[in-house]
Design a protein around this ligand. Structure first.
Ligand SMILES: NC(=O)c1ccc[n+]([C@@H]2O[C@H](COP(=O)([O-])OP(=O)(O)OC[C@H]3O[C@@H](n4cnc5c(N)ncnc54)[C@H](OP(=O)(O)O)[C@@H]3O)[C@@H](O)[C@H]2O)c1
Length: 264
């Protein structure tokens, strides 16, 4: 199977690092013109410069802006132009005891992890429908299904994203536009190494440390190691491609078997 995205424009929110960066890179390597997004213009510019240094022919556009506010989202949309592939990757997470989560925390998680994605879908979907082709991918999490006791607010926002994906897939029914969510499992992104070494013996080399971490703290994982961002990006690239034309309204798992369920 050849994943070929030449001629398509993709916007990947929160793509200056982590899973978003891997997605932006993979889509660009499949031929898409990719809008790279983060809050600061200079960070976005240096990420684009680094990506071009690796491969000069990557077609990248800078789309800096805070997509959680209306003006920021408008600036990002204007920099991107017509969107064929929208990847709502931006998401915040953090641990908090359930009873300490304030009204403001609940609202902030909804605003950043759900409403920002909805706003971009609302802007991009009409054009996709008109052109008869489009892909919307919302990056959810195993926490959408296995609600962590220490991150109920995060779990709530990711469960909501599954509902949003399913609902907009219905809105796009029969138009050539697909809308799906991707449930990412525990992934090796920036900051995770520090987090792991807080919980296991610091003298262990990384490979052993992450296996120990998974054994002790994420025993449900069938993969028994953290997922690499590129492994999430591979699924997103497939779902973004014409090859995935019959997958819509789905929640697709790249969770290393973390969610103990036969049905996705
Ligand atoms: N990491 C995991 O283990 C894991 C597991 C399951 C699901 N996920 C989900 O995967 C997604 C990505 O996670 P990650 O760990 O790769 O994230 P991350 O490393 O924290 O990266 C976040 C990205 O978002 C950008 N960003 C933050 N606030 C922004 C805003 N208001 N507007 C625009 N960009 C903004 C950051 O760029 P700047 O700082 O340059 O603005 C950065 O590029 C999230 O939705 C997360 O919930 C992650």
């Amino acid at each position: 199977m050849l994943i070929e995205l030449t001629g398509r424009t993709a916007l990947v929110t929160g793509s200056t690092q982590g899973i978003g960066l891997a997605i932006a890179t993979t889509l660009a390597d499949a031929g898409a013109r990719v809008a790279v997004n983060g809050r600061a213009g200079d960070t976005v510019a240096s990420v684009i410069a680094a990506l071009r240094e690796e491969h000069a022919d990557r077609d990248l556009v800078a789309a800096p802006g805070d997509v959680t506010d209306v003006a920021g989202a408008d600036a990002v949309l204007a920099a991107t132009g017509d969107i064929d592939i929208l990847v709502n990757n931006l998401g915040i997470f953090g641990a908090m005891p359930a009873l300490d989560i304030t009204d403001d925390d609940w609202r902030r998680y909804f605003d950043v992890n759900v409403l920002a994605a909805v706003r971009l879908i609302r802007s991009a979907l009409p054009g996709m429908k008109e052109r008869g082709w489009g892909r919307v991918l919302n990056i959810a999490s195993d926490s959408a299904v296995v609600i962590p006791a220490e991150m109920i607010h995060y779990g709530m926002s990711k469960t909501a994203l599954l509902a949003v994906s399913r609902g907009f897939a219905k809105d796009a029914a029969g138009t050539g536009v697909t809308v799906n969510s991707v449930l990412a499992g525990p992934t090796h992104t920036g900051g995770v190494e520090d987090f792991v070494y807080e919980l296991v013996d610091r003298s262990l080399p990384w490979d052993e440390a992450q296996r120990e971490f998974m054994r002790l703290h994420r025993p449900q994982s069938l993969l028994q190691r953290l997922i690499e961002p590129e492994e999430i990006a591979n699924m997103v690239a497939y779902l973004s491609s014409p090859l995935a034309s019959a997958t819509t309204g789905a929640a697709v798992r790249v969770d290393g078997g973390y969610i103990d369920s036969i049905v996705p």
